[in-house]
Design a binder for this molecule. Structure first.
Ligand code: IPM
Ligand code: MN
Length: 356
């Protein structure tokens, strides 16, 4: 089969990890008889430099008509002084909104070989396998009014956290559907004891849960959830939460897998899915060969599964990653002190060589 993918290769380490991910996909094509066609478009910092716009219309249009979007991380200090509306991050949010990607899936799964790579004790994280389902196009990231007003010391900044009933209902339902395919437990995370938007979230989650008597359900308040994640990470199966809490908790949870460089993500909801690593563009190590391409390679595996329904092919990538880790290959972020490391390209090549 032929698949048309729009590729946004991003900033910082983006282009390097993107290159390895495409090579992996090409290898999958050879082995399983598919053809993946790439259309490169600009978004983020590079689009600001070229078009003075982090998400040019032609880029969004191309994404909307693709079969899937593969996106590398964007942004960096070069664009830090720009006002929020024109920053690379605004391009990312525009993409999410423009593709109606209300659900961000971040699987937090510890590869056995990385038990000792985490700063947490191996016995605490051994067997961690959870899925964070983050609401992605509402909440405080998009709420109005927003802005900075006033002059000098009278200045104030405003953001609005808002959740509407259907926005909560659809994401919580999706979390339950996904839990049915897993260990059948959903934890809904909010701050209902302080925030009204969270009170609504809490009540709607509770209501939705009634429709899934076979799935265990619990609420957690976000501060407690942050603690439970490192105290008893194995107690989680599916965690569903708001845009901002999901952003924060998924970075925290990534350390259960050894490194943020291991955490893939899929953003779903509209016609076209978007796949990207959960980590940032790491401009400090761009071009040094130190980047870990695995989160983006694992995002490609998610693309095969969710957008193209190629389960075998998706599993093949995950198995290849598992093999190279078992064989001891480590990029700098997952290496222990004194352990030998490989470069981004070497890691990509190793995964490809194990794909068959
Ligand atoms: C993420 C990132 C983004 C977010 C930024 C880059 C806009 O941190 O995908 O987690 O906050 O959603
Ligand atoms: Mn984040």
């Amino acid at each position: 089969m032929n698949f048309h993918i729009v590729v946004l290769s991003g900033d910082g380490i983006g282009p390097e990890i993107c290159e390895e991910s495409k090579k992996v996909l090409n290898r999958v094509g050879e082995v399983f008889g598919h053809k993946f066609e790439y259309e490169h478009q600009d978004a983020g910092g590079i689009a600001i430099d070229k078009f003075d716009n982090p998400l040019p219309d032609h880029t969004l249009k191309a994404c909307q008509t693709a079969q899937a979007v593969l996106k590398a991380p964007m942004g960096g200090p070069k664009w830090d002084k720009i006002e929020n509306k024109k920053r690379p991050e605004a391009g990312i949010l525009g993409l999410r909104k423009g593709l109606d990607l209300y659900a961000n899936l971040r699987p937090v799964k510890l590869f056995d070989a990385l038990k000792d790579a985490s700063t947490l004790k191996a016995e605490v994280i051994d067997g961690v396998d959870m899925l964070i389902v983050r609401e992605l196009i509402s909440g405080i990231y998009f709420g109005e009014p927003r802005g900075i007003h006033g002059e000098g010391k009278e200045r104030y900044g405003v953001n609005t956290e808002i959740y509407r009933y259907p926005e909560v209902e659809r994401i919580v339902k999706l979390a339950f559907e996904l839990a049915k395919l897993r260990r059948k437990k959903v934890t809904s995370v909010d701050k209902f004891n302080v925030l009204e938007s969270s009170r609504l979230w809490h009540d709607v989650a509770e209501e939705v849960s009634k429709g899934y008597p076979d799935v265990a359900f619990e609420h957690q308040i976000v501060d407690n959830a942050a603690m439970q994640l490192i105290l008893k990470p194995k107690s989680f199966d599916v965690m569903v939460t708001t845009n901002m809490f999901g952003d924060i908790l998924s970075d925290e949870a990534s350390m259960l897998t050894g490194s943020l460089g291991m955490l893939p993500s899929a953003s779903l909801g509209g016609k076209v899915g978007l796949y990207e690593p959960s980590h940032g563009s790491a401009p400090d190590i761009a071009g040094t060969g130190k980047a870990n391409p695995l989160a983006m390679i694992l995002s490609v595996a998610m693309m095969l599964k969710y957008s193209f329904h190629l389960q075998k092919e998706s599993d093949a990538i995950e198995n290849a990653v598992e093999k190279v880790l078992n064989e001891g290959l480590r990029t700098a972020d997952i290496a222990k002190n004194g352990e030998k490391t490989v470069t981004c390209t070497q890691m990509g090549a190793a995964v490809i060589s194990r794909l068959n």
